[in-house]
Design a protein around this ligand. Structure first.
Ligand SMILES: [Zn+2]
Length: 62
């Protein structure tokens, strides 16, 4: 996977914990998909959810 491209990720609302699919941009921005105006609870703060070894990630090459 070439670097500098956006990736799919998962985020959760930092207020209520609702999870959303999101786009992760190269500049570090997280954009929840389908929730342009933020979480249904009213929060607009999201944090990335990191699953331990579920999603296939690109392998690190030396
Ligand atoms: Zn919320």
């Amino acid at each position: 996977m070439p670097s500098g491209k956006r990736e799919r990720t998962l985020v959760e609302c930092s207020a209520c914990g609702t999870a959303y699919a999101a786009t992760s941009w190269p500049d570090g921005k997280l954009q929840p998909i389908g929730t342009k105006n933020g979480c249904r609870c009213g929060s607009t703060e999201f944090r990335e959810v990191r699953y331990p070894e579920t999603a296939p990630q690109e392998e690190e090459a030396d």
